[in-house]
Design a protein around this ligand. Structure first.
Ligand code: HEM
Length: 481
């Protein structure tokens, strides 16, 4: 047999086998890169996945979700896996892990929402975006909501606050519902300015129908809440388009500083559809959040008379510092409210109305020796961070004085963190301060229900929206007697 191999064939065989060997080495290298060195080798975080498909959804929703998160953290530590609403999830509850997901490795985790929510708010809204379009939207939104842009709106917000308070006088009200109306009016003012009054009622009615569908089953058949909401969504877009077109034709010399003006500004102007999606989105982001925090503030103040007294004194000082008692509030006044600001901070910490946010891993990610697989949801648990004794001494106690000193880095995130953090935070703080100024110096309020508790809709809320009775006091002194 060996005689069959001429020197030529031997050489050919040698070259071929060398080539095969080389190819094999290359394939093995590729395979080892693709599989052996992949973080898939790493273990998943500890935790339990519950039943097939439903996972642990029942456990999460059958009790207070915060109790679920706290229990899991106690059992498994600061990073654990679970399975909710059909999705495998990794939950993280250390400041470092939240920063990893939201800031330092934010490009590995994209925002994620149920498809039905995206359809309702509008697919081009800021929340769902990443990259250049997201950066452009943020520039436009921040231009309208940064301190320099909103300092001129104090008088407008004050008028909205005074109107709200007058309407509560002598009445028993559902505080959350009333705060929703207040926050809605402030949001509309900051979006449209004072010009578009003629369309506002129609817009509000459509928005009320839309919000009823937010948490409905996404069944788009006539008669369902979802169907009605989608119809209202279309009408809302038409109303916004009418407002945009009337602005385009009005040759006003003064350039408005509201959000719509920012969206229409020629250099980076958005299309009509993009404007509608983002205006509906901002109303959604601005209203129930601010209303929920304000409701908690009133609850904590009524339950802590000493703190209420101190806040009232701080606000009375501002009135006393003016030449006339009825002089309007100014931007500078709102910077002289340190205690009231700490009450807002502490309320946001204790109430943590957004217990967590959602992201999705866009590739396999390694964190602290664990694998977060591509496609899994990742939830930074703000509430756990705000309630950890490692970050706050006696975390369950309402104590605004803890904010007299700076908090540890990444332990206070009521407005989120990183590129999707809240661009409306300055406006939210301003509208809360303005309302609290007039509320504490002119009104008293008392609880109508003795039981306290928490409900979720979806933001954390005092039980039954905190029914309260409000009454005007004739002088500040009278309230303290
Ligand atoms: C106290 C009231 C508020 C709270 C607690 C709050 C909280 C938050 C949080 C935690 C996020 C980040 C969510 C995430 O990372 O997934 C966020 C985003 C956002 N908030 Fe707020 N917010 C409040 C009021 C407002 C107001 C008044 C506005 C507008 C006027 C607003 C507009 C937005 C927008 C547009 C986003 C999305 C930003 C983006 O995706 O880039 N928020 N908010």
């Amino acid at each position: 047999m060996s005689s069959c191999f001429t020197p030529m064939t031997s050489m050919l065989l040698l070259v071929l086998s060398s080539l095969c060997f080389l190819a094999l080495c290359l394939i093995l290298r590729r395979l080892s890169k693709a599989f052996l060195a992949r973080p898939r080798e790493l273990p998943l975080p500890p935790g339990s996945m519950g039943w097939p498909y439903i996972g642990e959804t029942m456990q999460l929703y059958s009790k207070n979700p915060n109790a679920f998160f706290a229990l899991k953290q106690q059992r498994y530590g600061a990073i654990f896996k679970t399975h909710i609403l059909g999705c495998p999830c990794v939950m993280v509850s250390s400041p470092e892990a939240a920063r990893f997901v939201l800031v330092t490795r934010a490009h590995l985790f994209k925002p994620t929402f149920p498809a039905s929510k995206e359809r309702m708010l509008g697919p081009q809204a800021i929340f769902f975006q990443q990259g250049e379009y997201h950066a452009r939207l943020r520039r436009l939104v921040l231009r309208a909501f940064m301190p320099d842009a909103i300092r001129g709106s104090v008088a407008g917000i004050e008028a909205v606050a005074l109107r709200a308070l007058r309407s509560w006088d002598g009445r028993s009200v559902n505080t959350f519902q009333e705060m929703k109306t207040y926050a809605f009016n402030v949001a509309l003012l900051s979006i449209f300015g004072k010009d578009e009054i003629s369309y506002i009622e129609e817009l509000k009615q459509c928005y009320y129908t839309l919000e009823k569908g937010y948490n409905s089953m996404p069944i788009n058949l006539p008669g369902t809440l979802f169907y009605k909401a989608m119809k209202a969504r279309k009408q809302l877009a038409q109303i916004v388009a009418k407002i945009v077109s009337s602005r385009r034709t009005t040759q006003s010399k003064a350039v408005p500083s509201d959000l719509l003006a920012s969206f229409m500004e020629s250099k980076e102007a958005l299309t009509d559809d993009q404007i509608a999606d983002n205006i509906i989105g901002v109303i959604f982001a601005a209203r129930d959040t601010t209303a929920s925090v304000l409701t908690w503030i009133l609850k904590y103040l009524v339950e802590n008379p000493n703190i209420l007294l101190a806040v009232t004194e701080e606000q009375e000082q501002i009135i006393k510092s003016k030449e006339r008692e009825d002089e309007p509030l100014t931007w500078a006044d709102t910077k002289r409210m340190p205690l009231t600001s700490r009450v807002i901070q502490e309320t946001m910490r204790v109430a943590s109305i957004l217990s967590f946010t959602f992201r999705e891993a866009v590739e396999d990610v390694e964190y602290e020796g664990y694998l977060i697989p591509k496609g899994w949801k990742v939830l930074p648990l703000f509430r756990n961070i705000h309630h950890s004794p490692d970050n706050y001494a006696d975390p369950e106690i309402f104590d605004p004085s803890r904010f007299e000193v700076a908090t540890k880095p990444n332990t206070f995130m009521p407005f989120g963190n990183g590129s999707h953090s809240c661009p409306g935070n300055e406006l939210a703080k301003l509208e809360m301060l303005v309302l609290l100024h007039h509320l504490t110096t002119k009104y008293r309020w008392s609880k109508l229900e003795s039981q306290s508790g928490i409900q979720f809709g979806p933001f954390a809320l005092p039980l039954n929206g905190l029914p309260l009775r409000f009454s005007l006091q004739s002088t500040p002194e009278k309230s303290r007697s």
